[in-house]
Design a protein around this ligand. Sequence first.
Ligand SMILES: [Zn+2]
Length: 315
Amino acid sequence: MKPVHKFRKNQPVVWFDRKKEKSNQYCLYCGVPVGIGSEAPSNKEHLIGRQFVPTGSFQEGSQFNFIFRACEVCNSNKSELERHVSSVTLLNSIHKQEKREYVERAISKASRDFHPLKPGVLVKDATDTHVFKFNIGALSMKFEATSPPQVSQQYIRELSFYHVQGLFSLITSKAPDKESGTCLLPESNFWFHRAYNHGDWGNAELTELSKRAEELRCYANINTADGNFKAMLCRIIDKPGCWFWALEWNKHLRVVGGIYSHEECPMIFEGLPAESWKSFGKGSDGVTRRIKEETPLDESNDILFSYEVYSGEGP
Ligand SMILES: [Zn+2]
């Protein structure tokens, strides 16, 4: 593909410059002008916030990030989303973090941040307890299950939109420092499919999507911050304007979705296998109790972020 503007291997791609005329001319998130003569306050934005991944996981100068100019409103909205998603994903991923200092920082973060869906409750304490009660004949049964803190679905959707917007502009813009050289991704073309916790990365739906994505043309496949941020963007070859994207955050959450024009859902999301549920029979109120069955990933079959980046013409 054509070279990415200001690309250098294993280093951050930097479109930001203190002089507005040398930076990207539009906020890559909302599209307001932030270049020459712009009135909107703007500042330096890191696509992958340095505090989003474990502190210290970015090896300065040898790992990818994307640094550009964004309007202050988007910059601060995104920071707020990152703060929450980071606290919960890092806390849930501590068993996968190889470095002790990452684990300590994750715990300290979750001990300071409050959960947005549970006012006054710290992330580390934001577990949910589910009580199941059954009457089978004369026998009455009750058991409890506790689930770990969960990330707000709305935050996941909004943050994945920011990340995908940045990557989309990065690989499709020819000259972002010129007024007409930037490609932006509007919200109307963004589609969030689903997010999967680590314990469910082997489920039939995500496995099938990973296989289907192998047939697409991969334009970005990123693994940075010691494996705490992964992203890929693939174009659906026979459908102009249609893309599939996937993100992995802090070794805990995978999020997938699409980019498409008009109202047409890309084929890649059609006819996927149904979710698997485990039923516990009927409760005392006559309603069937069930929980979603999670399927762990067999690492040797993990192909989602292993696609070769296309070496031909740009998108
Ligand atoms: Zn903006």
